[in-house]
Ligand binder design. Structure first.
Ligand code: HEM
Length: 417
């Protein structure tokens, strides 16, 4: 046993954070509570041939590493799979795994996708699309919320933003689902790798088309954008379209399903929402904190450095557990209470610092519009079958959520959808 873990009890060491089944087979509440209070900078021993890594669980420590791009890099990966492999093939090309000046330049380029004009248009699409889908499902009476509603909104939003043709969208959705996590434990890392490559190939073709024949969409804007006097390469555009799809699809999808599940589990909060007694923006933040779909991100130490009083050696992997930080008693009153009126709400669901989520505005719009559509069109809803948790060490949530709705006839009539 390493001296780093000599005082750590077996029940803590027995939890294998690399194994996706861990998050399905265990209630992790007590684990994270003990880590925050007793082992806030915990050394996770090597498992399954992977190197060991640091596990950071307190909000203040998580924020301090997110903020610190001098002592920590994202270029050796930013999620467990790539961090433990010691590299990410998209390093220096894809925003989330690029540091320094190149990150700043690329981020400025990508911000063009998020201009106020583009965002206004996209927000209107989100509203229309969400209201239509929810009204339709409520009229039908039942649906698989994860598949029929949550899966449709983010991919349509990003596809609209990027200008992905309607007929290609369901294929793209299937690929993104396989690329990051899987609905069942049978999918191999090779399937995920193939799916990621297929997305890259798809965007390579689309970028080539838009260079020849620009349209009014973000890919066309990017093909005409220069950095340091040079047009951005097709390759860079492709990688960053991919990062928007991967970053913006599954996270939002899982948050929306979690929102519905959580409201069925907390009828008092649904009542407050339905009666208009909570502010939608405030409620949105609590939904995001509660769901925390991206359980962790991570960095590699560039030098010997201290976090929370613990020395981390150069080259070691440090993982930042958003799910633990978002339940930190030192920051949130009664953190295990789902409280749509919670204020302040300094969650780290979108990360923090230089890599703070580029799509946070959109993620918020998607949640807010779903809350609004639910409270307009239904008087209540219940889960009618077993929700199916996804299988991932990065993402948390469900991929199946059978729901029965009770229509609000007045709301449906006045919406006219
Ligand atoms: C970065 C979460 C929605 C695109 C991040 C990070 C987190 C996050 C935690 C930081 C990663 C790190 O520090 O290594 C989420 C959640 C979302 C969401 C929880 C929804 C609820 C979106 C959407 C988009 C998007 C809708 C795009 C349309 C990105 C990109 C980055 C990023 C491009 C990298 C930013 C950079 O490195 O500068 N996201 N995200 N995300 N997100 Fe999101």
């Amino acid at each position: 046993m390493s001296t780093r873990t000599s005082n750590v009890p077996d029940e803590i060491l027995a939890i294998n954070l690399v194994d996706p089944s861990t998050y399905i087979d265990n209630d992790m509440t007590e684990y994270w509570r003990r880590l925050r209070s007793e082992f806030p900078v915990h050394w996770h021993p090597p498992v399954d041939g992977n190197p060991g890594f640091w596990v950071i669980s307190k909000h203040a420590d998580v924020m301090s590493v997110y903020r610190d791009d001098k002592n920590f890099t994202s270029e050796k990966g930013n999620v467990l799979v790539t961090l433990l492999a010691g590299s990410d093939s998209a390093a220096g090309q894809m925003l989330a795994v690029t540091d320094g000046k190149r990150h700043k330049d690329l981020r400025n380029v990508m911000l063009k996708a998020f201009s106020p004009r583009a965002l206004k248009r996209v927000s209107e699409w989100v509203r229309e699309n969400t209201r239509e889908l929810v009204a339709e499902a409520v009229r039908r009476g039942e649906c698989d919320f994860a598949k029929d509603i949550a899966a449709q909104i983010p991919i349509t939003t990003i596809s609209n933003l990027l200008g992905v043709p309607v007929e290609d969208r369901s294929h793209l959705l299937n690929m993104t689902k396989s690329a990051l996590s899987s609905d069942d434990a049978d999918q191999s890392e090779a399937d995920a790798w193939l799916a990621r490559n297929e997305i890259l190939l798809y965007f390579t073709d689309l970028v080539a088309e838009r260079r020849k024949d620009p349209k009014d969409d973000v890919i066309s804007v990017l093909t005409q954008t220069e950095v340091d006097g040079e047009l951005i390469s097709d390759h860079d555009i492709v990688f960053n379209c991919y990062s928007l799809i991967l970053g913006g699809d599954e996270t939002s999808r899982l948050t929306m399903s979690d929102l519905v599940l959580s409201l069925t589990q907390h009828p008092d909060q649904w009542r407050l929402l339905k009666d208009g007694e909570v502010d939608l923006d405030t409620a949105t933040e609590e939904v995001l904190r509660w769901a925390t779909p991206a359980m962790h991100f991570g960095r590699t130490a560039l030098t010997d450095v201290e976090v929370g009083g613990q020395r981390i050696a150069e080259g070691e992997v440090v993982t930042l557990w958003n799910i633990a930080a978002n339940r930190d008693e030192a920051v949130f009153d009664d953190p295990y209470r789902f409280d749509l009126g919670r204020k302040p709400n300094k969650h780290v669901t979108f990360g923090y610092g230089p890599h703070f989520c580029l799509g946070a505005f959109l993620g918020r719009v998607e949640v807010r519009e779903l809350l609004d559509a639910l409270r307009s069109f239904t008087t209540g809803f219940e889960v009618t079958g077993e929700p199916r948790p996804i299988h991932s060490n990065l993402m948390a949530g469900v991929s199946r959520l059978p729901v029965r709705f009770h229509p609000d006839e007045n709301g449906l009539a006045s919406a006219g959808t």
